[in-house]
Ligand binder design. Structure first.
Ligand code: HEC
Ligand code: HEC
Length: 298
């Protein structure tokens, strides 16, 4: 019989067949891996693109809402608004104020909730509240975009020399010139050097409690807070939370050791556990009394 023209493709030896089988499996694996790697870089590019868009939108929000106080380039203006496009801001600011989260969270919380405190009259006006969650004009995604825009200054700001750094020192924070190496030690100096007690309203804002707790909404079986319990009726709930703890003891413990008792319906570990280190004992006592006061002033 005549052999067909493709007969050279016939493999007779069983060993050769097995080798071919193994070879094709290996080739398939290599192809799949290569596709996987390409997919990953494609997704990374997509994320960068997405982040880029967010920064762009943030730039627009900044130009419309922020530059009047913080300057077009984020260099701040004395007496009006602090510098944000600043090496000091990116490298030392959160350690100076004793904020335990990330700088991004610090920026986001500040933009969202604003800052009613106005560091001892240093600035003409206060930092307004921006998030619609607190009665401001921006949606949460826009707050994120503004945050991304500010964070985007970091890469160039950290190259500033001390002379180029436009940082405007805050009146209530002693200026430190050495590099921050030991965060714990710096936090300690900051707390001890703040002479006067900060009022509870201010602590509630500046420590970020406001991001998770609503002060006016009621906390009931059918009305829960989004992240942490509402505090409109804390004075009624607190005495019944932990048997044997009166309201003040309970609220005190909730702030200092939040995971000792976890309110039903909420997640343990959500509330930062280190607030006890960020306030003096007097400040904590005043905060507890204020939270339990049904007629508290906001
Ligand atoms: C009316 C003036 C004003 C406007 C408008 C304003 N800010 Fe502020 N901002 C301030 C002041 C004043 C502070 C400092 C508050 C304090 O701690 O005393 C501040 C603080 C901040 C901080 C924290 C700085 C730090 O070192 O603690 C950030 C971040 C910030 N503003 C971002 C923004 C963004 C983003 C916008 C626009 C969406 C904006 N601000 C609009 C006045 C303003
Ligand atoms: C990141 C979110 C978050 C922040 C910030 C936060 N909390 Fe909480 N908090 C929670 C959650 C979640 C619970 C409920 C779970 C638990 O008991 O730990 C809670 C519980 C509480 C309770 C008990 C409330 C009740 O109804 O029994 C008090 C009081 C309290 N927090 C006070 C504070 C104070 C004061 C601050 C600021 C110094 C603060 N929290 C900051 C999330 C937060």
């Amino acid at each position: 019989m005549e052999k067909p023209w493709y007969s050279y493709l016939y493999i007779k030896s069983p060993i050769a067949k097995i080798m071919w089988g193994i070879a094709s499996i290996l080739i398939a694996i290599v192809v799949i891996l290569a596709l996987g790697i390409m997919e990953e870089s494609r997704m990374a590019a997509q994320t960068r693109n997405w982040e880029g868009r967010s920064i762009e939108k943030g730039a627009e929000i900044y130009a419309n809402n922020c530059y009047t106080c913080h300057g077009l380039e984020g260099h701040g203006s004395p007496g009006v608004g602090p510098a944000l496009n600043s090496r000091h801001f990116f490298e030392k600011r959160i350690a100076e104020v004793g904020f335990s989260g990330t700088l991004e969270d610090y920026i986001k919380l500040t933009i969202a909730a604003g800052r009613p405190s106005n560091s001892h009259g240093q600035w003409l006006q206060v930092m307004p509240t921006w998030s619609s969650a607190y009665g401001g004009p921006l949606r949460q995604d826009q707050v994120q975009q503004a945050t991304d825009y500010v964070m985007n200054w970091r890469s160039t700001a950290i190259l500033q020399t001390p002379e180029e750094d436009p940082f405007i020192p805050f009146n209530n924070i002693p200026v430190s010139t050495e590099t921050v190496t030991d965060t714990a030690a710096t936090t300690e100096t900051t707390t001890t050097e703040v002479a006067e007690s900060r009022p509870p309203q201010q602590l509630f804002q500046s420590l970020g409690c406001v991001a998770c707790h609503n002060l006016t909404e009621m906390e009931t079986a059918s009305n829960h807070g989004l992240i942490g319990p509402n505090m409109g009726n804390l004075n009624e709930n607190a005495p019944n939370r932990v048997p044997g703890e009166d309201a003040a003891t309970y609220v005190h413990n909730s702030i200092v050791t939040p995971n000792a008792h976890v309110v039903e319906g909420y997640m343990a570990g959500t509330m930062p556990p280190n607030f006890g280190d960020l306030m003096t004992p007097e400040e904590i006592d005043a905060l507890v009394a204020w939270l339990l006061d049904p007629n508290r002033e906001q």
